[in-house]
Design a protein around this ligand. Structure first.
Ligand code: ZN
Length: 298
């Protein structure tokens, strides 16, 4: 650790202490993590979406919550150091009985609390491939106990939850969850409102799967369906279609450039994401993946 990191850590701890004195320490397993995250400083808030469905915003992916007489169906869990405070926040708006926790995909900002919630007795549900990939890096206690390769339905709170495996887009273990009565779809990270798509090729994500999955999502949604993205704010079908059209337009432009034998630097110079950057920000990670997927070299 260099001197600057030590100073940041010291400042961060002082800040955490100050917050702790004001609001009380929120849990016992908060510890320093790479990146010097001040976990006690992370603000957790819940928002009602529609019907039984709420979401919890904190740090990492949006946590979906179906809440009713049967208890809670939870989608994703952010990070381990937040688990106790996430649990307390869920308890405040429910009867506290978390019946199932679904992982939409493998990434640590969606599964980082798995071990903590499993230790609380919550069964974790995910695609077979999510368990396989988690098993490479996580202890047995963090792994999903109920896995699937085809659709399944959780029948709780009078609001059937269709858990649907998607084509390999963001990763090869993506699932979306459609709460039928509430008419809300939690998409995980195959759809986001705040950035260009992440195609995580190291975890089996593909461009073709991203386009196909967004088309399926748009086809599944009705005009009034609320779309709860992995990151960002509640959206609708038109937003999914706009996002998919953007991906197709950019992919078409990049494909044309790759056919002409252009290098990655030349593709960047041609700026194939020009009209989209105001809305979705820095395209670099997306462009790199699209270029590689379409056979670009150099
Ligand atoms: Zn992700």
């Amino acid at each position: 650790m260099n001197t600057h990191a030590q100073i940041r850590l010291a400042v961060g701890f002082g800040f955490a202490l100050a917050i702790g004195l004001v609001v009380g320490f929120g849990g016992t397993n908060v510890r320093a993590q790479p990146g010097d995250v001040d976990w006690n400083g992370v603000v957790l808030s819940t928002h009602h979406v529609s019907g039984t469905v709420h979401y919890l915003e904190g740090r990492g992916g949006n946590i979906g919550l179906s809440i009713g007489d049967d208890g809670v169906v939870m989608i994703d869990d952010q990070f381990g150091p937040l688990a106790d405070r996430i649990r307390e926040t869920i308890n405040r708006i429910s009867n506290g009985n978390i019946r199932f926790l679904i992982n939409t995909h493998v990434h640590g900002d969606h599964t980082g609390g798995n071990e903590n919630f499993a230790a609380m007795g919550v069964p974790i549900v995910a695609q077979d491939r999510v368990r396989d990939r988690l098993a490479a890096t996580q202890p047995a206690g963090a792994l999903p106990v109920l896995t699937f390769s085809e659709d399944l339905t959780l029948n709780l709170n009078g609001d059937p939850a269709h858990v649907i495996p998607m084509p390999p887009g963001h990763t090869d273990g993506d699932s979306i969850i459609h709460f039928v009565e509430s008419d809300v779809i939690h998409t995980g990270d195959m759809f986001r409102t705040v950035a260009f798509p992440v195609i995580d090729r190291n975890n089996g994500g593909t461009l073709a799967g991203t386009i196909e999955a967004l088309g399926l999502l748009a086809g599944m949604a009705g005009p009034n369906t609320k779309i709860l993205p992995g990151h960002g704010v509640v959206a609708g079908r038109a937003d999914v279609i706009e996002f998919r059209d953007m991906v197709i337009t950019v992919a078409d432009r990049v494909e044309e450039l790759v056919k002409q034998g252009r290098s990655y630097a030349e593709v960047v110079a041609a700026n194939p994401t020009r009209e989209y950057q105001d809305k979705w920000g820095d395209p670099e990670r997306f462009l790199t993946a699209v270029f590689a997927e379409l056979g670009g070299a150099g």
